[in-house]
Design a protein around this ligand. Sequence first.
Ligand code: ADP
Length: 366
Amino acid sequence: KKKIAVMTSGGDAPGMNPAVRAVVRAGIYYGCDVFAVYEGYTGLVEGGDLLKKMGWEDVRSYLSEGGTNIGTARCKEFRQREGRLTAAYNMVINGIDALIVCGGDGSLTGADLFRSEWPSLIEELVSSGKLTTKEVEPYKNLTIVGLVGSIDNDMSSTDATIGAFSSLERISEMVDYIDATAKSHSRAFVVEVMGRHCGWLGLMSGLSTGADFIFIPERPPKAGKWQDDLKKVCSRHRNKGKRKTTVIVAEGAIDDELNPITSEDVKKVLVDLGLDTRITTLGHVQRGGTAVAYDRMLATLQGVEAVRAVLETTPDTPSPMIGILENKIVRQPLVEAVKLTKSVADAIESKNFNKAMNLRDSSFEE
Ligand code: ADP
C-alpha cells in the first residue's frame, strides 16, 4: 500500500485546506494511506506527533476554511543537509516515500533538492547504522509532487496559483470600502498590496477597481519622471469630476533605476497636488478568509491530479508540478517552472523589463 504525505509550507494561502482535503480523499479513494505533515518541513524533521495518518472525516469542512489547518512554517533545519537526513529517517520509519508539497517556489525548490539527494541520504542512514539495508530496501526512491499555493500568483508555467484569486477578491473588496469613504471626503488613497516581486495582485486589483494609477515591479516607470505622470493622470481624472483618487502600489514596486517606490513616495506626490491623502497598507487581511470558489475548484482538481501523478511518476521522470494552463490541469516539470520563475527576478534585476513581462504568464502581455 502506497503511503503518501501531504504538507503545506511557506506563506499560507486560502485554498491550502481544500488542497489537503483533495489529496487526503483522492489518496484514500485510490487505495493509499495518506499522512498529513504538520508545520511544513518542521513536521518532517521532528516527526512524531507532527506526522498524522488522515482519515476521510479528518478533512471534513476543510473546503470552506481559510488558512491551513495542518499549519505551515519556515524551517531553517530543512535548508541544511543534516535536517533533510533526519527528515528522510522519519519518512522511512513511517513507511512514507511520496510527498505532495503545497507551497511557493522556496518550498518546491526544497522538495526537489530533497528528492535529488534522497538516494545518498538513504545510503548515509545505512552506513551510520541508523537503519538496516533491509529496512531501506522498499524506499530507494522518493516521489515529489508540487502544488503551488501562493497568494502572489508568482509561479511560471501555471496561469493561477492556489490562493491568488481569493486574495485578489479580498483586495478588491477592501478597495471598494476605501472608495466609499474616499468619495465622501473627496480624498486620495494610496493602497499598498502584497505580491513580493510579482505585480499580479497590484495589476489585477487596480483593473478590478478602476484605480487611477498602478505601480508594479514588472513595468517600472521612469525614475524622476513618474511623479509628473502621476500628477497629470490624477488631475485629469479629477477635472472630469471624479471625487476620489486611488493609487495601488505593489509591495515590490520600483522605478526603472530599480529604486523602490513606496506608498510614502506616492503620498508625497499626491499631497503636492493638493489632495488630502491617506495610506492604507492592507497587510494580512489579504491572506485571510475563506477561499473563493475558483481556488476551491483549482485546489480540488489539482489535489486529485497530484495523487494521480504520485501513482504514475517513475524514478526516471522529473518531479512534476501541477499547474493550470488554458483551463486544463497539467503536469509541468517542477525544476523548469522554478527556474523560469527565478529568471523573471533576474530579468528585473538586470533592468530587462520587457523580458520580465514576457516571462510572466500571458495575462501580462501587452
Ligand atoms: P515559499 O515556499 O512560500 O516560497 P520559503 O521560501 O520561505 O517560502 O520556503 C519555505 C520553506 O521551504 C523554508 O523555510 C525551507 O524550510 C524550505 N526551503 C526553501 N528553500 C529551500 C532550499 N533551497 N533548500 C531547502 N529547503 C528550502
